[in-house]
Design a protein around this ligand. Sequence first.
Ligand SMILES: *[C@@H]1O[C@H](CO)[C@@H](O)[C@H](O)[C@H]1NC(C)=O
Ligand SMILES: *[C@@H]1O[C@H](CO)[C@@H](O)[C@H](O)[C@H]1NC(C)=O
Ligand SMILES: [Zn+2]
Length: 450
Amino acid sequence: MVNHSRRRRPLLPIIGLLLLLLLSSISATPSHQHHLEKEEEDSPITRFQGYLRINTVHPNPDYASAVSFLKSQALYIGLQTKTLEFARSKPLLLLTWPGSDPSLPSILLNSHLDSVPVEPSKWLHPPFSAYRSPDGKIFARGSQDDKCIAMQYLEAIRNLRAQNFQPTRTIHISYVPDEEIGGFDGAAKFVASKEFADLNVGFMLDEGQASTGDEFRVFYADRSPWNLIIKAFGMPGHGSRLYDNSAMENLMKSVEIITKFRESLFDVVKAGKAANSEVISVNPVYLKAGIPSPTGFVMNMQPSEAEAGFDLRMPPTADPDLVKIRIAEEWAPAIRNMTYQIIEKGPIRDYMGRPLMTLTNDSNPWWSIFKQAITEAGGKLAKPEILASTTDARYMRQMGIPTLGFSPMTNTPILLHDHNEFLKDTIYLRGIKVYESVISSLSSFVRASA
Ligand SMILES: *[C@@H]1O[C@H](CO)[C@@H](O)[C@H](O)[C@H]1NC(C)=O
Ligand SMILES: *[C@@H]1O[C@H](CO)[C@@H](O)[C@H](O)[C@H]1NC(C)=O
Ligand SMILES: [Zn+2]
């Protein structure tokens, strides 16, 4: 103890001196210090990280912070901003870069504000830290789905403005709420609004998915989800009795028939004749039956009701009326004392009754311009695909607007909705260049009929 204090005493003046030196060195180089901090704050990567750090996962997405962040970025770049609200506390941010010919249909770039929930304990790095690993991987929920495109649109426009590029067609960006829970209070209400009609959208880009190879993936349609619930009714009876047409028996018959249908289509996929997203999928998601008891279920009773739920996905090429007939006649026939309910989670035909898909051949001039712009950016497009799941793009296609799903991520594992979702910095930065090419080409495209 004594030794200690005696040894420490001479240190005090030295510490004092060091502090003085430190203070003077800071005050001597204020601009240098400031410059370093500014660089840290102002790079495309740190701006991306800033957006990723806003927690917009369900069930309580912080839409207000996300909108205020994007709005300040947009104002800095010099874009017009407008906040719309089609449902309480669910803002939609609309940005505009006016073109020199506002009479031409505009270009709309879309991105959703929300993300799916996370299980933080399963992550290597906290999901809202936007931690960048030494090899450049930026970890965050939303890094692929779809906060990357949200910021890449802005960065591309920032660069184009710095190059004094002047768009001919007006360019809009929409940041919409609730895509991950169906888009009913977001894109669905947006496309039905006067504000949307006033935009006079000619072509639209929405989110796509990562590609594990060198080619960019592009999607011309989504599958439309249906929730199917089938119910069977029958005479209840003692568990020991053998008799026909119990509710369970009738339900099991349907499950067998549906399983066979599922297998026949899955065989087509396994044989390589169609992509997973090109066939109807029907997957059982729940079974509900039995008479509850304090310890589980009454075991000596055959119940009078039984129910099953299925997730059905319809590609745009499927005929919804034929599927409905199949359900009514084979999967839940009234003659087997069954009922059914179909909950359609979005449209399957456009306002003209046409399948919800965007043409990807030369009959669609927007496709040709888009494809050419990718080539000019040094990229290559993979064969256009139907998306196995669903995005907001279906609402725009429903309005008859050609819409492509595109997120410029090559050589990236597909981690949307997964643990440890990440995007590499180099891939992100290349995506900005790709959008510079795409946005400038689309907005410069002039043809009287489109
Ligand atoms: C349907 O229900 C009726 C009335 O309970 C019954 O008589 C008939 O056998 C049932 N048919 C089938 C196929 O379950
Ligand atoms: C483009 O594709 C559509 C649908 O597959 C087809 O009907 C049309 O003939 C094609 N047009 C051209 C120019 O290839
Ligand atoms: Zn998404």
